[in-house]
Design a protein around this ligand. Structure first.
Ligand code: HEM
Ligand code: HEM
Length: 178
């Protein structure tokens, strides 16, 4: 059994942790600012969100193709299930949230500009009804992700400081045992 996640998963985990946290802050700042800073933040939010979508798909593929360190066998079954469920939810939100953002823009009839002239095609037809559903859905999914990240962080600290069972080390630099 291996004791570390694949090096690419570990690299993506920490890069994406920074990117996702930045996106939550950018999103919150974006909706509470006007004029110059609003368009500057929007110009950052869209391409960074789409990059997170791409990286999440790459990370999921690597995860499905490589072996993961198992959770400590003495961990209660309920906690093991909760850990697995939280990972599935984190992946789902890292994929669904950017797609809902993209769909929101499409439903509102706005272009998804990545940089300069580069823009992506709409995901769906312009529709006021869908826009009215998707716009708040993006917000609630973003805040659900924030809550999940806080719980994930608390679990990581619990493993590192209280159980001291090597779970945090499995995501840190180190050579994987074969
Ligand atoms: C992991 C990825 C993403 C996260 C964490 C995220 C987070 C957020 C947050 C926290 C808000 C503010 C919500 C509110 O209080 O109303 C927001 C707004 C928004 N996001 Fe995202 N977002 C992500 C990806 C995307 C993507 C890829 C797009 C579009 C391509 C997008 C489009 C939007 C739009 C249009 C708004 C509303 C902006 C406004 O009304 O001024 N988001 N996002
Ligand atoms: C400072 C913040 C963070 C810490 C200390 C941390 C710590 C860890 C640790 C120790 C693991 C491996 C243990 C386990 O199997 O549960 C892990 C796995 C994981 N973390 Fe985090 N994490 C942080 C932020 C994030 C963020 C922001 C996300 C995503 C939005 C995230 C998503 C994941 C996922 C999906 C896994 C499962 C392994 C994988 O396939 O990547 N983490 N994290």
């Amino acid at each position: 059994m291996t004791d570390h996640f694949h090096w690419l998963i570990r690299t993506l985990h920490w890069l994406m942790a920074i990117a996702v946290f930045a996106m939550l802050c950018i999103g919150a700042a974006m909706v509470s600012s006007v004029a110059g800073s609003h368009s500057w933040l929007t110009g950052l939010h869209r391409p960074l969100g789409m990059l997170i979508l791409l990286l999440a798909l790459l990370r999921l593929a690597v995860r499905l193709m490589t072996r993961q360190p198992g959770l400590p066998p003495d961990m209660p079954r309920l906690q093991q299930r909760a850990a697995q469920a939280s990972h599935i939810l984190l992946y789902s939100l890292m994929i669904v949230l950017p797609l809902v953002g993209w769909a929101t823009l499409s439903a509102g009839g706005y272009p998804l500009i990545l940089a300069g002239e580069v823009q992506l095609p709409p995901l769906l037809e312009k529709s006021n009804t869908l826009y009215a559903l998707l716009r708040p859905a993006h917000r609630w999914l973003a805040y659900a992700l924030l809550l999940l990240i806080l719980a994930h962080l608390a679990a990581a600290l619990f493993h590192a400081l209280i159980r001291q069972d090597g779970v945090l080390q499995s995501m840190l630099p180190g050579r994987a045992k074969k």
